[in-house]
Write a new protein. Structure first.
Length: 241
């Protein structure tokens, strides 16, 4: 089958705004429900969040979800009911498996600097697994000029952290201006431009916050027009398969 691509501009996303949070949603989330935009492939949530200094998400529950957090700027403090805690910063991959049920909080403890991060959710292969947490620092040099596998459950992938979904993987890269990467071939591929400006073969220019949803992705080239950061979900099934 030939590849199809749906371009989603940043301004098309729903936005949740509070005195301390600006959250832009790629899919239906919270009060923002669109029956035609509940997920893509296996990706259920991709939220682009900015949290003000000294604030954050107080303790709240999750269940049966693989939650990956990737910080773009600043630091995010994590605490959960299994005893895990840590500070997530740019280049540190984090996954929380909510499984049979977990409570956690996410806060910006800086007194002066906001934290900007992308949080992404996929469903696990099995419900009710034991909740768990994993984080791993990815050397900055590995994120300069090529796709690096941040999180994966796909057999044979050398990933920083493990997903409990055998059909999903998250890749990332930071590209200097003029550098290019080739996207993976996959039945479903979600490209999110976290920062910068790039050109995608056969599609055109993307600006910060834009995304492309590929079906039967065919290995397009992406070239940075300025320093840029990409997050790419490779998926070999869709929800319900």
């Amino acid at each position: 089958m030939s590849a199809t691509a749906e371009l989603k501009r940043a301004e098309s996303r729903a936005v949740t705004t509070t005195p301390w949070l600006t959250s832009r949603h790629s899919f239906s989330f919270g009060d923002h429900y669109d029956p035609d935009n509940t997920h893509f492939g296996l990706l259920l949530v991709s939220n682009d969040d900015i949290v003000s200094p000294g604030t954050g998400f107080d303790t709240h529950p999750h269940r049966d979800m693989e939650i990956v957090t990737w910080v773009l700027r600043g630091e995010l403090s994590h605490h959960d009911s299994t005893g895990n805690s840590g500070v997530i910063y740019p280049g540190l991959a984090q996954r929380m498996s909510a499984g049979s049920g977990i409570l956690h909080s996410e806060r910006n403890d800086s007194p002066s600097e906001p934290v900007h991060f992308v949080q992404m959710w996929v469903a696990p292969d099995e419900a009710g697994i034991t909740p768990s947490y994993q984080q791993h620092e990815i050397d900055e040099n590995l994120l300069a000029g090529d796709l690096v596998t941040i999180a994966s459950g796909i057999r044979g992938h050398d990933a920083a952290i493990t997903l409990h979904n055998r059909n999903a993987a998250l890749h990332g890269t930071r590209l200097p201006a003029g550098a290019a990467v080739t996207l993976p071939r996959a039945p479903y591929l979600h490209l999110f431009l976290a920062r910068g400006r790039v050109s995608v073969e056969g599609i055109g220019e993307l600006s910060e916050g834009d995304a492309v949803r590929f079906a039967d992705a065919d290995g397009r080239r992406v070239t940075a027009n300025e320093p840029s950061e990409l997050l790419v979900w490779e998926m070999h099934a869709k929800l319900g398969d």
